[in-house]
Design a protein around this ligand. Structure first.
Ligand code: AMP
Length: 570
């Protein structure tokens, strides 16, 4: 397929903000895609591989500017100036390509396949001459591009496609294109997506228009799968109302999610962001081999840190460095030990457990896990119908320095990647949100050279909506316990800048932070319609994916509910 067709699709998708229209546009497009072009579905999400694949395009704005300069024969200073003026580097590429095309006659055709081939070479390049090679691969594409192709190619390169399509848009478009919009099939397509975690695989099978073929997609051990997510319970009564009786209660450990895969004697560990962190946790690999029976499995767990001397649990922020750190691992492992709390099983010895009721899955966990406190244990777990028991358990969890408790329906299945109403969390109200940084401001004086205030956004559908600005609370100097400094945040955000005007910048939504605040109020100043009062960044959530930040809907719901009495212990 010509890349031009895809570029036109992008343009059409950008022209509407309405979800149903987007689904309609996509489904019409899907009807004409051939099997060999199925991987273009990654490009529609701005990627070159499935989400779990860690190979990314990773082109900086600077390199994109150089490539535009080369392909259009424009001085890079001029490209830069245009970018500052127009604010969208893709648009700059389009304009400059338009001007060039008026002068040159010869134009080559680029195909989707060629684009994917060149883009897929980018993450493979390492060592000397990498930049030059990258430049030549992208310039080759840009030189053959027409204006609209250039626009979207550049946006793809810098990871800022902005066409408002997400996985669910694709799901509905597949349903419409290949299954007559039969709503009975929606869940079956979703299951196929959950199990394969690869949209191209699902796309190819969906094209055959046989839903039973999609049902055959199986989990694969070693391939990351999305974690099931929880909803909130207002209080214990609310939990009983939503879950029935009896329920399972567990500690809500304040650590990070770890999905554990084992097959063919190989252990692989993934975060909820689908990142492979096996290398960072060599001791965990040992625990899995020693303390868990079975040849092949996928387990769900929370890794939680504890103080070596006092054996008290510590909070997430303390151990978060372990996720990132790729060197001197042993040293960090000694300093910041973790305990693995296994709380679910998704697959065991050749069989998927996703459809097995939670009660049975828990029984399996108890059979296969030999608990070794401070190394690996089956999570603290209790089955009860008694409110008093739950209260006692909740208090104990808080005393043990955990966040609260999880309350789970015993009959429920495991739904990867979904925020389900059958797994609830209950924790003291803390005025805390996970948000994404979408912009900021360069500092002056003592803070010049650093980004000194950060714009925080929540999510509504495909959009990121500003909800506050934070500058105070970020440290000037890094300490053992606090890595949230202006310098560190600036280094993280610098490569993500997409727009810059005077001191203001916009960045790609990527850096997720936990924010505590004093209060929330309605505000016309921010697009979300809300403003956080006195926000402070309290943790960097490198383990969380963008799909898990707070949504406007949740924030509004919380606001309404917080007018009622909150459930407090402590
Ligand atoms: P939140 O991140 O606030 O949405 O809370 C849900 C998270 O709590 C899950 O994604 C897990 O990482 C974590 N968690 C801690 N303990 C448990 C548990 N026993 N069962 C399920 N999730 C848990």
């Amino acid at each position: 397929m010509r890349y031009n067709k895809l570029a036109i699709l992008y343009d059409e998708l950008s022209s509407t903000t309405k979800r149903l229209e987007k689904i309609d546009i996509l489904s019409k497009f899907f009807e004409h895609v051939k099997e060999e072009d199925a991987d273009l579905i990654y490009l529609i999400l701005g990627d070159i591989y499935p989400e779990y694949d860690e190979r990314r395009i990773g082109i900086s704005n600077q390199l994109a500017i150089k490539a535009i300069s080369k392909s259009t024969g424009t001085d890079s200073k001029k490209v830069m100036a245009e970018w500052k003026k127009i604010g969208d580097i893709g648009e700059v590429a389009r304009e400059l390509t338009k001007k060039k095309k008026q002068m040159t006659l010869a134009s080559h055709i680029i195909t989707v396949d060629k684009v994917l081939t060149n883009l897929r070479k980018l993450p493979e390049l390492i060592g000397a001459g990498t930049i030059e090679k990258k430049l030549s691969l992208i310039t080759e594409l840009l030189t053959s591009s027409d204006p609209i192709e250039a626009k979207y190619l550049v946006r793809t390169l810098i990871g800022d496609l902005r066409i408002g399509v997400q996985e669910s848009t694709i799901k509905y478009a597949l349903l419409k294109a290949f299954f007559n919009n039969n709503k009975d099939y929606e869940d079956r397509i979703q299951r196929a997506i959950d199990r394969s975690n690869d949209l191209s695989v699902v796309f190819k099978i969906a094209m055959k228009k046989k839903i039973t073929e999609l049902d055959k997609i199986k989990l694969e051990v070693g391939k990351p799968i999305k974690a099931m997510l929880a909803q909130k319970a207002n209080d214990i009564d609310d939990a009983f109302k939503k879950l029935g009786k009896p329920i399972a209660i567990e500690y809500k450990y304040d650590g990070f999610r770890l999905l554990i895969h084992k097959a063919n004697n190989k252990v692989t560990l993934f975060t909820r962001r689908l990142e492979n962190v096996t290398k960072q946790f060599p001791e965990v690999e040992g625990y899995i081999n020693k303390f868990i029976k079975g040849d092949s499995f996928i387990l769900d767990s929370e890794a939680v840190g504890y103080d070596k001397k006092t054996k008290h649990y510590t909070d997430f922020q303390k151990i978060s460095q372990r996720i990132r750190r790729k060197h001197k691992i042993e040293e960090l492992q000694k300093k910041l030990p973790v305990e693995i709390n296994v709380f679910d099983v998704l697959y065991y010895n050749g069989k998927s457990q996703l459809d097995v009721p939670f009660k049975k899955r828990r029984e399996l966990i108890e059979k296969i896990v030999t608990s070794h406190p401070y190394k690996l244990i089956a999570s603290h777990h209790k089955i009860t119908s008694d409110k008093k028991e739950v209260e006692k358990f909740y208090k104990k969890a808080l005393k043990d320095k955990q966040e609260g408790i999880m309350l789970k329906n015993l009959d429920a299945e495991y739904k990867p990647g979904r925020r389900v109403g059958h797994m609830l969390k209950l924790k003291p109200e803390e005025n805390e949100l996970d948000l994404v940084i979408t912009g900021g401001e360069w500092g002056t004086g003592k803070r010049s050279g650093w980004i000194s205030s950060f714009i925080l956004s929540c999510k509504k559908g495909n959009e990121y909506l500003q909800i506050g600005k934070v500058g105070t609370g970020v440290a000037e100097k890094e300490t053992e316990d606090n890595k949230i400094t202006f310098e560190n945040l600036t280094e993280m955000l610098r490569p993500l800048i997409t727009k810059e005007k005077n001191k203001d910048i916009e960045v790609k939504p990527k850096i997720i932070v936990t924010v505590h605040y004093q209060d929330i109020q309605r505000s016309p100043n921010y697009k979300s319609g809300w403003a956080l009062r006195f926000p402070r960044i309290t943790a960097l959530r490198e383990d969380k994916p963008l799909s898990e930040i707070a949504t406007l809907e949740e924030i509004e719901k919380d606001f309404k509910e917080s007018k009622h009495e909150n459930y407090r212990y402590g």
